[in-house]
Design a binder for this molecule. Structure first.
Ligand code: PGA
Length: 248
């Protein structure tokens, strides 16, 4: 399966980052799971430049700008030059800081223009009895892919991350395998409408939100997802090691 780590801003020192990178390389060889490390931007250059190892690197975001006089922005071109091959886009924590659907769409275009594979995060704030949360997911997917070519649409990874499930623990029983299976099916149905031919069958769909060593196996079994986007549990060496091994 694919395990994408989102270190967020949990990892702030070089020694911890180095340990997590080394452990991840070992784990990917040992378990054959594909591991992508979403590190804070400064660490990409330190670890990913000319990377030929068993792990890949992702940026946690890219700028919607194309460079130039935009102080402080980290562009897709710079992220790609530093050695990342993936980028998260539209994470709920970025959306909460102002990324609208339109901005998310621009960022997708920037990433694809520099051959970064986008991991597009979508997810509802809360569940309601009328199924309006399904419309939220449809809107997020549709507006994000709208301006892209058919070919570009086939290159995107989707991470389903319901906001109500982020930042809790496995003990909170955040989402059940059945609910997750239903959402994976729904996302694939929407993608089938947006992608050319039968190509949506090949889209990688991840789940994220309080995935920990204690629930990863149950969530993987029969839920129809292709992997996970892991937040807090990916920023701790012991927890991440157990989590990856528990999936095997
Ligand atoms: P969490 O974060 O695993 O800490 O819930 C997931 C995410 O926000 O990507």
């Amino acid at each position: 399966m694919l395990i994408a780590a989102n270190w967020k801003a949990y990892v702030e020192d070089f020694a911890t980052a180095k340990k997590l990178v080394e452990v991840s390389k070992k784990l990917s060889k040992e378990t054959k799971h594909q591991i992508i490390l979403g590190t804070p931007a400064p660490f990409i250059g330190a670890f990913a430049h000319k990377n030929t190892s068993s792990v890949a690197f992702a940026s946690q975001d890219v700028s919607a700008s194309i460079g130039g006089a935009v102080t402080g922005e980290v562009t897709a071109a710079a992220v790609a030059a530093a050695g990342a091959t993936y980028t998260l886009i539209g994470h709920s924590e970025r959306r909460a800081m102002g990324d609208t659907d339109a901005v998310v769409a621009e960022k997708l275009a920037r990433a694809l223009a520099h051959n970064l594979i986008p991991i597009l995060c979508v997810g509802e704030k809360e569940r309601d009895d009328d199924g309006r949360y399904l419309a939220t997911i449809r809107e997020e997917l549709t507006s994000a892919l709208d301006a892209l070519t058919s070919r570009e649409r086939t290159q995107i990874i989707i991470a389903y991350e319901p906001l109500w499930a982020i930042g809790k623990t496995a003990a909170d029983n955040v989402i059940g395998a059945n609910d997750l299976a239903e959402m994976a099916l729904y996302i694939r149905k929407v993608l089938a409408e947006l992608l050319p031919g039968k190509s949506s069958a090949k889209t990688v769909v991840l789940y994220g939100g309080s995935v920990e060593p204690g629930n990863i196996r149950a969530l993987a079994g029969g839920s129809g997802i292709d992997g996970f986007l892991i937040g807090h549990a990916s920023a701790n060496v012991a927890m991440f090691t157990t989590l990856v091994r528990n999936l095997s």
